[in-house]
Design a protein around this ligand. Sequence first.
Ligand code: PMM
Length: 267
Amino acid sequence: MSTRILGILNVTPDSFSDGGELDGADAAIARGVRMTAEGADLVDVGGESTRPGAGRVSPAEEQRRVLPVIAALAAEGVTVSVDTLNADTASRAVAAGAALINDVSGGLADPDMARVVAEAGVPFVVMHWRGHSADMNSRAQYDDVVAEVRTELLARVDEVVRQGVDPDNVILDPGLGFAKNAEHNWALLGALEDFVDLGHRVLVGASRKRFLADVLPPDAGMADRDPATAVVSALAAEAGAWAVRVHDVPATRTALAVQREWRRHRG
Ligand code: PMM
């Protein structure tokens, strides 16, 4: 089976700011439906920015943003995941139709998350995380980033499994850009097979992240990161990634199609 595409749908005021509240939800729903038509296997709905330095939003505000969008997309037949640190939001998102819980803290931020996931019985993305976005850059300290991220991820897996999560539902994510500098991110990508070898599905989220500026001209904008993202997606697929989380679905689809042909003809 080929590598899946998770289309990113951030439902934050700055992502759909060209209208009133209802327009914002409608625009997000339309975008989710379009990403599916373009080839996204899942649409990952998030209501709280996790960019470096970002502050927190309340669970009530997060839920006000994401739940109507999740319910509408699920009703349209779109497979939805919810990107949240909050167990209560995760639980309500599953009730609204979400099929996967994507927690960038791997259950660390909310002590109830593993229990909610275990009860829901849905796939769970356990991402490598060392703390909230406001101060995560100070935690980007490693002697051996690949070994340490692997060890810390496996400790999280042990913990969530101990709390009842089915190991087959665990999806690992090295957490590019979260308490990592550019060099750390490239090292983790270069060692992706070491994560795939752990026996769980692996998700990679490189899309438009700052480290991609390393390979671009100094005046490159955000959209210029999409071709770089597409190449990372193809290489991640070749290394055995189960899925890639991206903004630009059509470019990713093409990159993954190239990778599949490349692999097919290698014999
Ligand atoms: N990155 C962001 C948000 N959610 N989830 C997973 N599983 N992996 C990631 O790398 C990841 C994530 C931040 O990126 P965005 O602000 O562009 O969505």
